[in-house]
Design a protein. Structure first.
Length: 168
């Protein structure tokens, strides 16, 4: 006999996502406090939804990246400013300087490859969920991932993925 756990009245998934996004804010805040200099070999890949509420990037970048975009904070960035809700930074794209403002809620991934650390997030806004689509051919119920969850990868990395499925 299998019992289904009751629906939670506490939004644990949202609380965990918010806490993990705070990690990104704290790391960027430390870089800002250090004068915008990244310590050692640290550098960051930050992926975000380009149409998320509060994102401010040039129209040319939205045209090139209509859904999601990854920026790299490594050598050439300036004016990093971090707030409780997001950050802004200056970067160059094809030789053209641009100022980007990104709320933490728009971030879908944060990676520091120098220390093999990464976080992945769900889009914070329900309107940003992908459109429904047909199942991929490799989503066979006969395969090793028939539970709907990916099998853990034992590759020594420190990537943390938090994936709370939506209840139907």
């Amino acid at each position: 006999m299998t019992e289904t756990p009751p629906d939670s009245l506490i939004p644990y998934d949202e609380i965990v996502q918010e806490a993990l996004r705070a990690v990104v804010g704290r790391v960027l805040g430390q870089v800002e406090a250090g004068g915008g200099e990244l310590p050692g070999a640290h550098h960051f890949y930050i992926t975000f939804k380009t149409h998320a509420p509060g994102v401010s990037i040039p129209a040319s970048l939205i045209a090139r990246f209509p859904d999601e975009m990854t920026i790299v904070l490594q050598n050439k960035f300036w004016d990093l400013a971090v707030s409780d809700s997001g950050f802004s930074v200056g970067l160059t794209f094809s030789g053209v300087p641009a100022k980007l403002a990104i709320p933490f809620s728009a971030i879908t991934a944060f990676v520091d490859p120098a220390v093999d650390f990464g976080l992945q997030f769900q889009a914070a806004d329900a309107d940003l969920d992908p459109e429904p689509h047909d199942d991929a051919e490799n989503d066979s119920p006969d395969g090793p991932h028939d539970s709907g969850r990916a099998a853990p990868v034992e590759d020594g990395s420190n990537v943390v993925t938090v994936d709370f499925g939506k209840k139907k």
